[in-house]
Ligand binder design. Sequence first.
Ligand SMILES: O=C(O)[C@H]1O[C@H](OP(=O)(O)OP(=O)(O)OC[C@H]2O[C@@H](n3ccc(=O)[nH]c3=O)[C@H](O)[C@@H]2O)[C@H](O)[C@@H](O)[C@@H]1O
Length: 334
Amino acid sequence: MATDSSNGERQTTTKPPPLPSPLRFSKFFQANMRILVTGGGFIGSHLVDKLMENEKNEFDVTQPFFVEVDRIYHLACPASPIFYKYNPVKTIKTSVIGTLNILGLAKRVGARILLTSTSEVYGDPLTHPQLETYWGNANPIDRISSVEDILILIGVGRMFNVMKALLREIRIARIFNTYGPRMNIDVGRVVSNFIAQALRGEPLTVQKPGWQTRSFCYVSDMVPETFDGLIRLMEGKNTGLINIGNPGEFTMLELAETVKELINPKVPVLHMLQLINPKVEINMVENTTGDPRQRQPDITMAKELLDWVPRVTLRDGIPLMEEDFRLKLWLSKE
Ligand SMILES: O=C(O)[C@H]1O[C@H](OP(=O)(O)OP(=O)(O)OC[C@H]2O[C@@H](n3ccc(=O)[nH]c3=O)[C@H](O)[C@@H]2O)[C@H](O)[C@@H](O)[C@@H]1O
């Protein structure tokens, strides 16, 4: 039961899912390795499937808890502007108190820890592409309502040097705009919005000016079949902070055109026994203040230190995500 607002945020009349608090605790004894994965939305869900076989439990990372583990993937909370707005206090608690609890746990049991940070730390960047050493240009005044900017001000994603003094084995992955199957359809991110809109035959809501750029990384380059960016970083010998993202950079208008072209808007589809007209249009809508104008990761470090490069292009990734969203929307491919 959802209706569209003008800027692409779907207004649900039902209560949103209990996010952002997927405070998932899972453990798996793989090759005598005890692994803990916390949170992380759909990336966490792929990682859990990859790493876990045995036990899956639900814990709340905002509460201290006591387990013996060797590896901790702390993925914080799902990256969703809509969920942040829905539950800002819980988001901040999850990110700040949760991270402090997890750091305490890692120190106590001597576990190796990988934290995920975000390209949002670079704000509206003045250097391009963004290197790990860039301090960033986040806008704490106009975007103060954004929960993520509060977290950036607190510095959760930047605490590397402080944390390194406490924990020898710490790694931080700075993740850039990941997309792929299992994303929540109402998460409000641009790729999920455009694909869902194209499948529903609704106009794609490009937020103005439309030439702002992002670099999109398909989830299997983070957590693929065998060996991936996050696991490489965890298991490699380099501690430190590394950008993990796909340098392929697109304007939002280019992304909208690509989605339109790939999702075949000419074929009518049967949705819930109703024939919908999927002639997809682009609708330019208002943006939120302070939206970053450009984002592109410099992945030299990932290439050199982890021998990692992303493999899935945007044109290959969109159809894979389309398949997943068709299932979610009960839409068959004609
Ligand atoms: O993964 C990341 O690095 C970050 O991505 C997002 O931040 P953002 O880069 O703004 O990603 P989107 O919300 O997907 O928006 C990307 C661009 O698309 C535009 N957009 C969004 C939604 C829409 O319907 N139409 C549209 O044109 C936005 O104005 C923005 O310029 C999340 O909000 C962050 O939590 C996350 O850490």
